[in-house]
Design a protein. Structure first.
Lengths: 143, 467
């Protein structure tokens, strides 16, 4: 299962670098904005060569993104036949109730607030990987 | 006397008496009872004293007595008639005087034939209806065209028993007429009265007031919009604080940790200590930001009024705090049956903060006791959270409820200084007061009220009816 991909949609370079450290050996694909993330998932644009049936085992989505917002990306993922079942975990700085409610309304599987404490963050990431890549039964391919 | 001699041939010997009677009537009618009596006496004297053609016989004497009797009665009746007429005239003059002097008013009375029987008042004259020109004439003779049709309809409604107002314009003035039926003692309608008033100024003032009101409403709406915009801005600010200020802190903490992990050997123990300092500062700042966010959230959230079980709420906090501090011996005493009207989430935050504070400042005590209760008596419910902790100097209590204000050293009692500001804000939003009694080393008691009871009951009812 170590070969499975985690898609991280995050625009802050520092957060990306630190996430790479935290995820260690896991295969991490980083999309720096919503458009690129959708290109990757649907195998188009820069990622046209990619086998679009190979979906990430887990998608980590920041809500605050340049251009297409995190919630909009989630909405489009859920609207699309091929990607509507993929596990999406929101990884956000915000603990605003409205953000959390909107994320769940649009079909997020989980919502995690990024802790400031990096060691806590690393532990959260380890738990995420264990849960979604090892324990969780992945959804059957849709569409 | 001349008339008597002239008429004697026509009336025969009855002429003197008939003429005397006539004289009595005229005297009494014009002069009242006194002159009437004088005329009677004159009549008798002239009959007796003037040259007599023959001696007075017995039948002559009887007819003389009859004449005196009739003359007396006629004289009295005429006098009374005269008085009655005078009284009627006086009364009419009085009423007309009242009507004529009603400021800005005109009174029109028409009988059942729609004939003007009375017109009075300064407004009647100003509108062009003088008493002389109108009284005694029919409505149809005085008014023309549409004005007549209108007046006829309104007076007719009053004659049919209706009482109502009607507004019309005369030469740019706005006239309000109240039409009422006039009833006699038996209740039958014998006339209709129209009471006119010039309400031009009155209406103008009303219009001005309405315009002012509308203007005010517009301004309120405008301000509300601007306030809402400002609120939205504040929300956007809070949102961006939560996102944007926390991100660099994660970076600082994360890279400090990376430095420790990758280059820990190079920087040595001292370097690693400094890194820990950097990290704890970053985390402290994160706490401050979170505290500020909570505070702003409490301010922004809409109040939801409902009955709140404060005892249950405090009990939950007690459980949570006991679990969070397993190494401590804390006795929580929560008085049962504490209830209030308020927003449960806000009250939970306030009481939670007070109890957390109590736990924190009883830290040095081997046996901590934290009480939550309500003071007996008083006009409004007063709740308290009491601890046997380190207390504080009352001279500093004014700074207690300000954001970022702290009375203790961070090294002794860590904290952001936002907890009590949060409490104060919650209590203020409920319309209540919060204050503290304490002595250094002898514990502290935080007291609060939640505003007048009747207002909250009202809110509660509104809430329930909206549900």
């Amino acid at each position: 299962m170590a070969g499975k991909t985690i898609l991280l949609i995050e625009d802050n370079p520092s957060d990306i670098e630190l996430a790479r450290r935290a995820f260690g050996k896991s295969r991490l694909m980083v999309a720096e904005d919503g458009e690129e993330a959708l290109d990757y998932l649907w195998g188009r644009g820069r990622h046209a060569e990619r086998d679009a049936t190979d979906l990430p085992a887990l998608t980590l989505l920041d809500l605050k993104l340049p251009g297409v917002s995190g919630l909009e990306v989630l909405h489009r993922i859920r609207e699309n036949e091929k990607t509507r079942r993929i596990p999406v975990v929101i990884l956000s700085s915000s603990s605003e109730e409205s953000d959390i409610a909107a994320a769940y309304d649009l079909g997020a599987n989980s919502y995690i607030r990024k802790p400031v404490d990096f060691q806590k963050f690393t532990r959260s990431v380890e738990q995420l990987v264990t849960y979604w890549l090892r324990l969780n039964e992945p959804p059957p391919a849709a569409g | 006397m001349a008339a008597r001699f002239a008429l004697t041939p026509v009336l025969g010997d009855k002429a003197p008496r008939i003429l005397a009677l006539l004289a009595v009537v005229i005297s009494a009618r014009c002069g009242g009872v006194g002159p009437g009596l004088l005329a009677v006496a004159g009549g008798i004297a002239s009959t007796w004293l003037l040259p007599r053609p023959h001696a007075i016989g017995s039948d002559e004497f009887v007819s003389m007595l009859l004449f005196i009797g009739v003359a007396l009665i006629v004289s009295l009746m005429c006098g009374q008639l005269r008085n009655a007429l005078r009284r009627t005239e006086e009364s009419e003059a009085r009423y007309r005087g009242i009507c004529s002097n009603l400021p800005g008013t005109g009174v029109f009375v028409v009988d059942r034939d729609l004939r003007y029987v009375a017109v009075a008042g300064p407004l009647a004259a100003r509108l062009g209806y003088s008493r002389e020109a109108v009284e005694g004439r029919l409505l149809s003779e005085v008014l023309d065209g549409s004005r007549y049709a209108q007046a006829r309809e309104q007076f007719q409604r009053a004659l049919d028993g209706g009482s109502h107002f009607y507004e019309s314009r005369h030469d740019g003035r706005l006239i309000s007429v109240q039409y009422v039926p006039l009833r006699d003692e038996s209740g039958a309608i014998f006339a209709a009265m129209g009471i006119c008033q010039d309400i031009t100024e009155h209406r103008r003032a009303e219009d001005d007031a309405r315009r002012l009101n509308e203007d005010l409403e517009l301004r309120v709406r405008d301000r509300t919009m601007r306030l809402e915009a400002a609120n939205q801005e504040l929300e956007a600010f809070a949102y961006s604080v939560s996102h944007d200020l926390r991100a660099p802190l994660r970076g600082i903490d994360g890279w400090a940790d990376a430095l420790r992990e990758d280059l820990g050997d190079v920087i040595g123990d001292k370097g690693r200590q400094y890194l820990e300092r950097i990290r704890s500062e970053a985390q402290r700042m994160a706490l401050l930001i979170d505290g500020l966010l909570d505070l702003s959230r409490l301010t922004r959230a809409e109040m939801r009024w409902m009955p709140v079980d404060l005892s249950a709420l405090a009990g939950r906090h007690a459980e949570r705090l006991a679990e969070a501090n397993p190494g401590r011996r804390i006795t929580f005493v929560v008085q049962p049956g504490l209830t209030a009207e308020g927003d449960p989430r806000l009250l939970e935050a306030a009481i939670g903060n007070l109890m957390e504070n109590a736990v924190k400042f009883t830290g040095p005590r081997a046996e901590a006791t934290i009480e939550v209760g309500q003071r007996a008596g008083g006009t409004e419910a007063e709740f308290y959270v009491r601890d046997n902790g380190v207390g504080f100097e009352m001279s500093h209590s004014s700074r207690l409820f300000g954001a970022f204000q702290r009375l203790h050293k961070t090294s002794e009692f860590p904290g952001t200084g936002i907890g009590l500001a949060t409490v104060a804000r919650v209590i203020r939003r409920h319309g209540g007061r919060v204050w503290a009694d304490a002595r250094k080393g002898e514990g502290a008691t935080f007291r609060f009220t939640l505003g007048p009871l009747d207002r909250k009951t009202l809110h509660g009812r509104q809430n329930h009816s909206a549900d």
